[in-house]
Design a protein. Structure first.
Length: 454
């Protein structure tokens, strides 16, 4: 990289990456819990993709029954600490809280959930779950992200022998590696991994399924297999200069930041982030908090079409990120390393039949922004090469695994799937829900098989 931003003092990094929302004290949590109206139709619960019984867990906080509250949460969601810290609560549970209708602040459901689960971990994860005896069947799970962990936890408690295969050396998937540290530290994700392991789930790390071990081997070894492999690489921008030093994919960048060796992560003095999704905002704000003087987000549509949530957009603006809407990169300029990015202004066509407005370049509107680093954040591709190599598993045209919407069974009866590899990329909470539901699908399938064998 040509111009690297000067390193900050260690305490400055800690301040920059400190918790966005500090935890509740006991008194504050109880006071907030007492505000809850315990609505009979709980719109908050309906809005949560895992349908946590929110009014019940909040009621238990108000009566001081924190372990009972944790149990209520875990009955629906096996990664509730991650969800409490990383969920877009404004558009999910808190967005649905009836207090919004009254024009008052919604109940802080995310912070209350965090309070309960942090208390559970501080107490040393006391046993609050019933585990059925070993039923003699085993399940192999590919991927230790939220879907894999949820599926593993549920199956282990149902009496299955569960092995999770993880390519990375540290488990947890996106929960460990993909969430900005000011939202959640890696150690939080690892606590949730430890809980799942405490149910007897074996996690084998640095195992590349499809390379060192084939899915066929797993099918011979296990009675069923669950695919929770998430998504793969960011697609190429396919513009000149993409190979220059200083160009990096957003997830690779965020993963480096998540090691929390702040001083080892080089960031340019001026940084351009391509794309305006939630990952783009994470990458942009992290670059700024690592010391970049100026960070730009470049997006070819307008703020109306960007997929980043409103609160993420506001956070980025607060961090001083400059947005170039209706702007598309044309080429990355530089000899060996990035020196600038040539962009062109765009305009939106009339909406098509699906309501999408296609951006088209405005000829002669090219301009250059001087930058030292370009972060590509234009989404992720599915792992279609790997997935299409699995016998009798069918993919849709987007490269996502097709599953039965109730059982999560693929077109190969012994293989189930959930999370980003079936939906193309949603929230952690959706993956947690899929993993739990798929475990129930696997249990029903293997129970039926056992009846047939008798
Ligand atoms: Fe409580 Fe709000 Fe849910 Fe009603 S909608 S139960 S007030 S959190």
């Amino acid at each position: 990289m040509k111009n690297i931003a000067p390193k900050l003092q260690a305490d400055q990094y800690e301040r920059n990456f400190s918790d966005l929302h500090p935890p509740f004290t006991q008194n504050a949590a109880t006071t907030e819990a007492l505000r809850c109206l315990y609505c009979y139709d709980s719109p908050c619960m309906k809005a949560c993709p895992t349908h946590i019984d929110i009014s019940t867990f909040i009621k238990k906080i108000s009566t001081g029954n924190l372990l009972g509250s944790a149990k209520t949460i875990y009955q629906s969601n096996w990664v509730p600490l991650t969800c409490a810290k990383a969920c877009p609560v404004d558009v999910l549970c808190e967005g649905a809280c009836v207090y919004n209708v009254k024009g008052e602040d919604p109940i802080q459901i995310g912070r209350l959930q965090r309070f309960v689960i942090e208390n559970y971990f501080e107490k040393g994860m006391p046993t609050i779950f019933d585990k059925l005896p070993n039923n003699g069947k085993s399940v192999g799970i590919v991927g230790s992200g939220p879907a894999g962990l949820a599926c593993g936890a549920e199956l282990a408690l149902l009496g299955y022998v569960v092995t999770i295969y993880e390519a990375n050396k540290i488990p947890g998937g996106l929960n460990t590696w993909g969430i900005a540290p000011y939202k959640m530290r890696r150690e939080d994700s690892l606590k949730e991994v430890e809980l799942v392991k405490s149910f007897g789930v074996d996690i084998k790390t640095e195992v590349m399924i499809g390379k060192t071990v084939k899915v066929d081997d797993l099918l011979k070894q296990h009675d069923a297999v669950f695919l929770g492999v998430g998504l793969g690489e960011s697609p190429q921008l396919s513009i000149q200069g993409e190979e220059l030093s200083g160009v990096i994919g957003a997830l690779d960048f965020i993963e480096k930041v998540k090691t929390e060796n702040w001083k080892d992560v080089n960031v340019g003095k001026k940084v351009a982030v391509i794309g305006a999704g939630n990952t783009s905002i994470d990458a942009a704000t992290e670059a700024k908090r690592l010391g970049a003087e100026q960070v730009y987000i470049i997006y070819r549509r307008s703020d109306v079409e960007m997929s980043a949530y409103e609160f993420e957009y506001q956070l980025a603006k607060k961090d001083g990120i400059v947005f170039h809407f209706l702007t598309s990169p044309k080429q990355i300029i530089g000899k060996d390393s990035v020196e600038g990015i040539e962009c062109v202004k765009m305009k939106l066509e009339e909406p098509d039949i699906r309501g999408r407005r296609k951006p088209i370049p405005i000829s002669g509107s090219e301009f250059t922004i001087n930058v030292d680093m370009v972060i590509k954040a234009i989404g992720q591709e599915t792992k279609s090469n790997f997935l299409s190599s699995i016998p009798n598993v069918t993919l849709d045209e987007e490269g996502c695994v097709i599953v039965d919407q109730t059982s999560y069974q693929t077109t190969n009866p012994k293989i189930f799937a959930g999370g980003d590899c079936i939906n193309g990329g949603k929230e952690v909470v959706n993956a947690a829900y899929d993993g739990k539901r798929a475990a129930q699908g696997i249990h029903a399938f293997l129970s039926d098989q056992s009846k047939g064998e008798k």
